[in-house]
Every structure is written in C-alpha cells, then in structure tokens.
Design a protein around this ligand. Structure first.
Ligand code: RP5
Length: 163
C-alpha cells in the first residue's frame, strides 16, 4: 500500500495530530511523520517532497500554523496530492487557513478545516482508496458505523424525550 507522509512545520503542532494518527491507524495506512519546516529547514522540505513519490508515498499531509506556506512549498516539488491541515497557532487559525487555501492556479493544495486532523487522514485514505479496493471496503464500513451511531443516538434521544 502507498504510504502517507505527515509533515508538520514545528513540534508545537504535534499535540493537534492525535486524531490524524488514530484515523490512519484505523484504516491500516502506513505513514511517516516528520518535522520539516518550509522556512527553517527549506532544503529538507524540498528534498522530502522531490523524493516522496519514489519513496512510496501516495499523499502528503502538510501541517502548519501561522503563515502556513508548508503545503504550497511541498506542492512545488511534487505532483503528489497535498492535503493542507491548518493549525490554530495564532489569529484563531484563520491566517493558516488562508495561507494554505489561497494557492495560485497551477499548484493546488486541498485544505481541511482548522485543526481538522481527523479529516486530513480520512481524505488521505479516500485518495489512496482510488487504487486500493481493500481501503474502499474499510471506508465504507467506517461510514456505516458513523451512520449507525447517529441513528442510535437519535433513538436514545427519542426514548428520553418520551419519558
Ligand atoms: C509554523 O509556525 C508551525 O507549523 C507552527 O504551527 C507555527 C509556530 O511554530 P513554533 O514557533 O511553535 O515552532 O511554522
């Protein structure tokens, strides 16, 4: 199976990533986690992105806060899909969201919600699932479980309301 790279701009982003790792584990997706900064270690960032496809990665999650140019920087060096995960590190995370989402035409970065770590992993799974039927089955099961949970919660609420 193709791997997912989770690249964060700083160690300070790490506490926000638990739901991302949890979801990748749930889907059995192999991943590599790195701290690589677009401005503090730009050579490492360029090198990682340039080699990522040959190293067996299928998608890269770029995690960053503030002026979050990491996703766009990595995207400049690879044609792999990049998922931007904007982190709330200042200005409620709006700075990071806009920095990631407003890529000029030609070099896209697909961006999830501010601190939307679980969705970054689920989107990575959906991208990888285009070439992996086992992953499709896991995603469908995940959807069914989510639906069942909501139905069950609704049922319990109805019972409570009738009491
Ligand atoms: C970004 O700046 C990082 O992704 C982090 O979210 C933010 C703050 O970094 P630190 O100053 O905490 O290292 O590069």
């Amino acid at each position: 199976m193709l791997k997912t790279a989770v690249i964060m701009g700083s160690e300070s982003d790490l506490p926000k990533l638990e739901p991302c790792f949890k979801a990748l584990d749930k889907f059995g997706i192999p991943y590599e986690t790195r701290i690589i900064s677009a401005h503090r270690t730009p050579t490492a960032a360029a090198e990682f992105a340039s080699q990522a496809r040959d190293r067996g990665f299928g998608v890269i999650i770029a995690v960053a806060g503030k002026a979050a140019h990491l996703g766009g920087f990595l995207a400049a060096y690879t044609t792999l899909p990049i998922i931007g995960l904007p982190i709330k590190a200042s200005l409620e995370g709006i700075d990071a969201l806009l920095s990631m989402v407003q890529m000029p035409a030609g070099i896209p970065v697909a961006v999830v919600a501010i601190d939307g770590a679980a969705n970054a992993a689920i989107l990575a799974a959906q991208i990888l699932a285009t070439g992996d039927s086992e992953l499709v089955v896991k995603l469908e099961l995940f959807r069914r479980q989510m639906t069942d949970e909501v139905i069950e919660k609704d049922r319990r609420l109805q019972l409570k309301t009738l009491e």
